[in-house]
Design a protein around this ligand. Structure first.
Ligand code: BG6
Length: 516
């Protein structure tokens, strides 16, 4: 899709549909049923139903897709509709389409640990068009406590016949350490084959995260410098400007390392560090990611700074409250809301290059980015005026790729000056609406493409890297460093990043260059 071709919305989606399902869409004309387990919960309401609606509205789902909600509460489709609608971005033009969408919906209540409930669910699925031959997608939008029961009941009562396929979509947390995750994996792999399991890490559905492979392997210029001879340091950042308001209960049990670092940031690290896969087939890509993970030793506590936010007395209502003031958080909790960790990939390409993973809540801005800082220019002739080059892939907000570089100061001067080569999506791709991560990932499940989903061996390696640290934090009761709500995080974290070789001069600030 090129920005220079202003296609209409239906043309854009028509093209996309062809790409997804091929010219001969009749192959996909058999029916599909999308079953949302946990249909009354937060995730279903705020993410899954809205995503299904957008895909439906844009004509991206295979024809004849039905949606079935299942949860404990006694609800109707009308109830689901009114609870989801605030998140569905419905416009005045959507009226008829929205009604059609909800006509394709049904809802059943039942218990997660009850065979009869799942028999009833299956009878209902059989009563829908396509009956036993329909392809079934089960989305487990559920708390971990009911995973085992639900997955067993799906397997025992609700699988489609041999003519229809079954796919199971699962959300983190996939356990809380290596052992619990292995237990869950063993349970799931007893019930389902790996190609039926779609473990979501929604960062893998983001435009710029997916772009890393194209950027690296679709260009000549980056390949030769993408290594320890040229890269001084890699920094992967996730920052949020708000605290845990409202979900302290879940978060307090997990902390920022399990919530963001062990999954979202580590997945990005893999895409930055991996070698070129043999092809873009899902298993070739995931093989390379696993190879990277295998080269990373467990993170040492000495390579980590943990933080927890405290209220800012000068801030607004929300930021006046520290993490421990959240009523859903345990009294005196030591759970980190911020972490910076340095990892090393011990292989020929990366030996000695620090990969800094930084993430935190209640910080000064919302930002997720990948930053490669290159080594100094050798044999400087400009009196130490040249700053290091950096390649920045800005994941969100305001997707962009830019290279920090030196140029001659324009005019009568002959001195170097910092500037950027800039690809800002908002200006270069004005007519392109980037889909939400969940839209892409759910479409991938329909299409059977597992490239952007986490394979069980990736998951195991990810937990291997972080489990000793997580246990040590909990067993030793490591105190996180307090930082003020709305700040950059603990200064100790900046010192750690500096100590491993990242140079921050503070002379350059990326300003969205094409703001109208
Ligand atoms: C989730 C975390 O996986 O990602 C949340 O559990 C976090 O704590 C969220 O807020 C961030 O996602 P996004 O897409 O808003 O950056």
């Amino acid at each position: 899709m090129s920005s220079s071709l202003p296609l209409t919305r239906s043309e854009v989606f028509g093209q996309l549909r062809k790409e997804l399902y091929g010219e001969n869409q009749s192959r996909q004309s058999n029916t599909h049923t999308f079953i949302i387990l946990g249909a009354s919960g937060d995730l279903a309401r705020t993410k899954i139903y809205p995503t299904l609606w957008w895909l439906f509205r844009d004509g991206l789902l295979p024809g004849n897709t039905h949606f079935v909600g299942f949860a404990r509460s006694k609800l109707t489709v009308e109830d689901i509709k009114s609870s989801c609608q605030p998140y569905m971005k419905v416009t005045d033009d959507d009226g008829e389409c929205l009604s059609t969408f909800f006509r394709m919906n049904s809802y059943l209540s039942g218990s997660y640990d009850d065979d009869d409930s799942f028999d009833r669910l299956n009878s209902h699925l059989l009563s829908l068009p396509g009956g036993p031959d329909s392809n079934r997608l089960f989305y487990l939008a559920l708390p971990p406590s009911v995973y085992q029961h639900v997955s067993t009941n799906i397997r025992n009562h609700c699988m489609s016949s041999s003519r229809g396929w079954n796919r199971i979509i699962v959300e983190k947390p996939f356990g809380r350490d290596l052992q619990s995750s292995q237990e869950l994996s063993a349970h799931l792999s007893y019930l389902f084959t790996e190609d039926q399991l779609y473990r979501i890490d929604h960062y893998l559905g983001k435009e710029m995260v997916q772009n890393l492979m194209v950027l690296r392997f679709g260009n000549r210029i980056f390949g030769p410098i993408w290594n320890r001879d040229n890269v001084a340091c890699v920094v992967l950042t996730f920052k949020e400007p708000f605290g845990t308001q409202g979900r302290g209960g879940y978060f307090d049990d997990f902390g920022i390392i399990r919530d963001v670092m062990q999954n979202h940031l580590l997945q990005i690290l893999c895409l930055v560090a991996m070698d070129k896969p043999a092809s873009t087939s899902p298993d070739d890509v995931r093989d390379e990611k696993v190879k990277v993970l295998k080269c990373i030793s467990p993170v040492a506590a000495s390579d980590v700074v943990l933080g927890q936010y405290v209220g800012n007395p000068e801030g607004d209502k929300d930021s006046k409250l520290g993490y421990r003031d959240d009523p859903t958080v345990q009294k005196g909790s030591l759970t980190p809301t911020f972490a910076t960790a340095v990892l090393y990939v011990h292989n020929e390409r990366w030996d000695g290059v620090p990969f800094v993973l930084r993430c935190g809540k209640a910080l000064n801005e919302r930002k997720a980015e990948v930053r490669l800082q290159f080594t100094d220019v050798p044999g400087d002739i400009f009196g130490n005026m040249c700053q290091r080059n950096e390649l920045v892939v800005r994941v969100q907000p305001d997707e962009a790729i830019y290279i920090k570089m030196m140029t001659k100061r324009p005019g009568v001067y002959f001195s170097p000056e910092e500037t950027e080569l800039d690809l800002t999506y908002k200006s270069r791709y004005k007519n392109v609406k980037l889909p939400d991560a969940y839209e892409r990932l759910i479409l991938d499940v329909f299409c059977g493409n597992q490239m952007h989903f986490v394979r069980s061996d990736e998951l195991r390696e990810a937990w291997r890297i972080f489990t000793p640290l997580l246990h040590q934090i909990e067993e030793d009761g490591i105190e996180p460093v307090p930082y003020t709500y709305g700040s950059r995080g603990p200064k100790e974290a900046d010192e750690l990043v500096k100590s491993v070789g990242f140079c921050y001069e503070g002379t350059y600030k990326w300003a969205q260059p094409h703001n109208a």
